[in-house]
Write a protein that binds this ligand. Structure first.
Ligand code: MRU
Length: 327
């Protein structure tokens, strides 16, 4: 299994990012030497996935310090890139706490954040491995190595379960409109020699009703104090289908994805993205010029979640209490 895939690399003051917009057909790495370029890369989704966005932003702060840019301006520019994944703000806040704010100290902190994220993903994998029954596990979007410092959250649980001997196959939702499932999860799992079958988002109910799916595991972009979970648009529908079919629905995420300041999911800001992501496929128009909605995330109420798998333990209902115990 290729467990060492990471979408970001730091060396000698240069950040390298794997361009996730070009996968799976091209594996292209770009080099970044300024915080403004890094902010652009997060906004344009060269890098995406909540923990990976957090790690990248931390390196962006380190680059800003090397450039001699104003610290507050650097942090504000990076924070203005994407609104939903709380790991972005968590990482920036952590960089703000570094004292003294020398370029070297900020660089060390960013490296530490990425290393801790990989360790957290591996721990999430260990915590969740025994929860997945043998058979087919469905996942939505990409919550793999590509979405983290490395290893992955939802895909980390799958990697760990397989390593522990559970016979698993993955069904990957294509994840309209940005196609993270088709382009990224299918690519990542194939590269890791994990059996994967790609389905479109509207097929999940069909396969569940036929007994073809035994569990669901997804990642998260922001989890409120009561367990309500924002994740890629379409996750809520999968959770409702899983409940209807008595299939366990797991959310795997590090504690840095939990926003204890928000009492419930209604407070989570939902990113609205460009209409072209819906009206165009590969640059080609597929719909007439009509009004379009494109929320990038939805909120799954905690009552649909069987358990939340974190690096510090597995939380079950009542989530308000079990989440509080994690900290
Ligand atoms: O818009 P994206 O690709 O950044 O959205 C990513 C997701 O929704 C992931 O499922 C989530 O960030 C968890 S990643 C470990």
């Amino acid at each position: 299994m290729n467990e060492h895939l990471s979408p970001l690399e730091w060396s000698n003051g240069v950040l390298r990012l794997l361009d996730q917009r070009r996968l799976p057909t091209e594996e292209i790495w770009h080099e970044y030497r300024s915080f403004a370029e890094v902010a652009g890369a997060i906004k344009d989704m060269v890098v995406r996935g909540a923990p990976a966005i957090g790690c990248t932003a931390a390196y962006g702060v380190a680059l800003g310090a090397r450039e001699g840019a104003l610290f507050d301006e650097v942090c504000a520019a990076l924070a203005a890139t994407r609104p939903t994944a709380v790991n972005l703000f968590w990482a920036i806040e952590r960089m703000k706490r570094v004292q003294p704010r020398t370029a070297e100290a900020l660089e060390r902190e960013a490296i530490q954040i990425q290393e801790e994220d990989i360790a957290a993903c591996r721990a999430i994998g260990r915590q969740g491995a025994s929860l997945l029954p043998p058979g087919v596990v469905l996942t939505h979007c990409n919550a793999g190595a590509l979405a983290t410092g490395g290893y992955g959250t939802a895909l980390g649980v799958i990697r760990s379960a397989i390593a522990a001997g559970t016979r698993l196959e993955v069904f990957a939702d294509e994840t309209r409109p940005f196609l993270q499932g088709a382009r990224l999860t299918a690519w990542e799992l194939q590269k890791s020699n994990i059996p994967v079958t790609l389905i479109t988002d509207n097929m999940a109910g069909h396969f569940m009703s036929r007994g073809a799916i035994q569990s669901v595991v997804v990642g998260a972009d922001r989890i409120a104090a009561n367990g309500d979970t924002a994740n890629k648009i379409g996750t809520f529908s999968v959770a409702v289908l899983a409940r209807e079919h008595h299939i366990p629905f797991y959310v795997a995420a590090p504690r840095s994805t939990i926003d204890r300041a928000l009492p419930d999911g209604s407070c989570i800001p939902i990113e609205e993205r460009a209409a072209e992501e819906v009206t165009h496929l590969d640059g080609r128009r597929i719909a007439p010029e009509v009004a379009v909605c494109n929320p990038a995330f939805d909120v799954t109420p905690a009552r649909f979640i069987t358990a939340l798998i974190t690096e510090a333990g597995v939380c079950r209902a009542p989530f308000g209490e079990s989440i509080a115990r994690l900290f």
